[in-house]
Structures are given as C-alpha cells and as structure tokens.
Write a protein that binds this ligand. Structure first.
Ligand SMILES: Nc1ncnc2c1ncn2[C@@H]1O[C@H](COP(=O)(O)OP(=O)(O)OP(=O)(O)O)[C@@H](O)[C@H]1O
Ligand SMILES: [Mg+2]
Length: 278
C-alpha cells in the first residue's frame, strides 16, 4: 500500500464477552482519501468507536490489514508516528485534558515531538486561533465550559498537525451552541486546512457537513454514499432505527412532490436558494 489515505482491508474485531464472543466489526473494507469529510453513523454498539480506535492503532483488529499513508499498522515501532498523523478527539473533554493551563495543554504534544520552542509557540497560537480560544490561552482548562474544554482538546490535537482527525461523538456532551461551534470548526479545518475528518455520531444532524456517510449496523457497513444518497434511503434507515435530519426529510418530500433539488445541501438557506432556481 503506497500513497496517502487510510485503507482498511477485510478488518474484523471480536471481543470476549460474558456470554462468548462479541463481534464489534465484521469484515470492513474502507478507503479514506486525503481531504475527505466522512461521517460515521450507527446506533449504540454498532461498532463506531471500535472502528475509530482501529484507525490509529489504539485497537488492533483480529483479522485484516490497516494502512495509514502507506504505513502498515502491524509494522513494529511505527505507532507513535501513526498517532501523530491520525489525531483522536473523544466524547468527554474532561478525560482528555491534563495540564493546569490551556497553553501547556496545547503545547504538550508538539513539545513531545521535540520541536523547537518557536515552532511549538506558533502551533499553539495557530490552533487556539483555529478554535477561537486565543483569549483563553492562559486560563485553567478546568474552569472553562464543556464546549470550551472540547475546543481545547481539539486545539491540542490540531497542534500535532495531523493529516486525519477522528472524532468519536465529540459533541454529545455539549450544549447546542457549542455543538454547532465545534461542527463549524471541523468544517473549516477540512475546507481550509485540508485535514481529513472522520466524525462519529449517533445523531444524523451532526453529520450535515460530511461529504460521505458510512452507516454501521452490527459491525458491518450497512449504507454508504453522499448524504443525499444515504438520507434518501428512509426505509432502510428506519429499519435500523435511524431517521434523516429534518432538512433531508424536507428534501425527500419535495422530491416526492416532483421538485428536483440539485447538489449538496447543508443548510435551509441553501435549500431555499435551490428552490428559488426552480
Ligand atoms: N473493550 C471491549 N470489551 C468487550 N466488548 C467490547 C469492547 N469494546 C466494544 N465492545 C463491544 O463491541 C460492540 C461495539 O462497540 P462499540 O463501542 O464499537 O460501538 P459504538 O457504536 O461505539 O457504540 P456507542 O454508540 O454506545 O458508543 C458492542 O457490542 C460493545 O459492547
Ligand atoms: Mg462509541
């Protein structure tokens, strides 16, 4: 495997449960290209977190192969490098923050890479600016709001200058306004900085900016495609207990009424604009 991208080939993962084997992932093959924004959707226990952890080597599959920018995750001694290339943000910011001051938190990773202090400083400023927290640089993370803490966690990972950012339910503990903030920063780092995003959520509304959706069901890929393609499969989604976000319900209804809505639509104003063109 050469070149940039993440490649999973026939990946399966079992865990030992109380009543025998639990299959978390069953024969997943998947390519993630540089610059993509992928949304991963699925109900509780469908294998989302296991998949996330496999992408940066935190979990090792039982069978199958994983390559990150051509690096075989089985090759000895490469995991530190892989974890710098593939950054992870988790659900609970409190579990991700360890330093008493925001600037220290964000500089922790780059300092461990042995970078010169001028480079560390510029990365800290760059990533705090990216998430709109320049003014909190000298604050204590534990005194910030949940949303601000999650943004510090995001800045700490961005300061490592990852190619890929994997986020496992990063908004599920946030209030709606911080949630939209975080989603907007992710859209920005993808569009403006070319960082590949893999955003996991059980909430379809969170995945509105994704260019490709992957729906997991009981460890397998159940549906895959553009949001328009996936969210038009209303019956298939309902069969596993999922529902399209409101805007797609509206698009689906308009299309059933005979209106043709072109292109990727993420917001109501875009939908209105598209309707006005008809
Ligand atoms: N370390 C583990 N030990 C045993 N079983 C596990 C372990 N991690 C995951 N599992 C099981 O594997 C399956 C998939 O779990 P996973 O956490 O990947 O799902 P998920 O889609 O992230 O769920 P959630 O929405 O609840 O976060 C579940 O049945 C879970 O109980
Ligand atoms: Mg999970």
């Amino acid at each position: 495997m050469n070149g940039r991208g993440i490649e999973l080939i026939n990946v399966s993962k079992d865990f030992a449960g109380d009543d025998g084997k639990i299959t978390a992932l069953a024969d997943i093959s998947l390519s993630i290209g540089p610059g993509e924004y992928i949304g991963i959707l699925g109900l509780n226990g469908s294998g989302k977190s296991t998949l996330a952890r496999i992408l940066n080597g935190l979990v090792k599959p039982n069978t199958g192969k994983v390559y990150v920018n051509g690096i075989d995750l089985d090759s000895p001694g490469r995991l530190t490098e892989v974890r710098q290339i593939v950054g992870m943000v988790f659900q609970n910011p409190d579990n991700q923050l360890v330093c008493p001051v925001v600037a220290e938190e964000v500089s922790f990773g780059p300092e461990n890479l042995g970078l010169p202090s001028s480079e560390v400083d510029s990365r800290v400023d760059w990533s705090l600016r990216l998430v709109g927290l320049e003014d909190k640089k000298h604050h204590a993370p534990h005194l910030l709001s949940g949303g601000q803490k999650q943004k510090v966690a995001l800045a700490s990972v961005l300061a490592m200058r990852p190619d890929y950012l994997i986020l496992d339910e990063p908004t599920s503990m946030l209030d709606p306004s911080s949630r939209w903030d975080v989603l907007e920063y992710l859209r920005k780092v993808n569009a403006e900085n070319g960082i590949t995003i893999v955003l996991i959520s059980h909430n379809p509304e969170d995945l509105i900016h994704a260019s490709r959706l992957i729906v997991l069901d009981r460890g397998s890929i159940y549906l895959q495609g553009s949001p328009r393609e996936v969210y038009s499969e209303v019956d298939k989604l309902a069969a596993i207990g999922l529902e399209p976000p409101g805007i797609y319900n509206l698009i689906n209804r308009l299309e059933r009424e005979g209106y043709r809505i072109d292109g990727a639509i993420e917001t109501i104003p875009q939908l209105v604009e598209s309707l006005c063109r008809i």
